[in-house]
Design a protein around this ligand. Sequence first.
Ligand SMILES: [Zn+2]
Length: 287
Amino acid sequence: MTVDVEEYFQVEAFANQVSVSSWGSFKSRLEGQIDILLEVFEHHDVKATFFTLGWVAKSCPNVIKKIVNQGHELASHGFMHQHITRQSQEEFRQDIQSAKKILEDVSGSAVLGFRAPCFSIRHDNDWAHEEIALAGYHYSSSSYPINHDLYGVPNAPSTPYRLGNGLLEIPVTTCKLMGKTLPAGGGGYFRLLPYAFFKFLLNKSLLSGGPANFYTHPWEFDPEQPRLPGDFKSQFRHNVNQKHAANKLRRLCNDFSWGTMQECYLGGDEYPLFDTWLKAANAKSTN
Ligand SMILES: [Zn+2]
């Protein structure tokens, strides 16, 4: 169970309309949103991994303390939520190193995991996984092996694998149905699809070997958040079914057992090895 912790005004869908320099003018809604998630997880005895922005650790340190005080794992979502394809190698290095440092300073605990904003590690930025390992992270959950207009590396493996530099990459869960690879790992699809169908996809993905890697965001549980300017597609993806998201999450927590990334994946299992990210990213096309 994973949560990508960012403010509603920091999402990629509105990045063209909401500049980084304007973030300070928005009122934070994060604490109330996190409280909803923490209450659901506590009620269902679920421990989760919270991939959190360094920016959040700086602006809302009390949110970090709430997360770790309830026994959840704190991990990194970078500092400034910038798409990797818009960063130089040097900018990316500084971003993920400073995020790790502030998250560890504020929480007092080691941060082992990293998730790239918008799963933005693509075929053409092989240096990203090198930098993630060099920054001291043990695992990454930055690839989504599907076809999508904003992200996705469709030919990457759909189950965890280790890279030559020792980093473990843990893909978001997908499901094969009638020859197509469908997203089964959460996000907007979880709000959009009827719960019974999402549960069917998740169960089907578990048949080919678990655990499942599910992700959500705090802003998905806040139908009262201010509307941001954007095109219809972005508005729809961001806002659809937020009103019912908490109830769906309760059902998901009730119907499956969930743990942190460390609990589920770092227990000494052996994973397939790829020398480089490029080889992993093309794994299915060379099979
Ligand atoms: Zn994000």
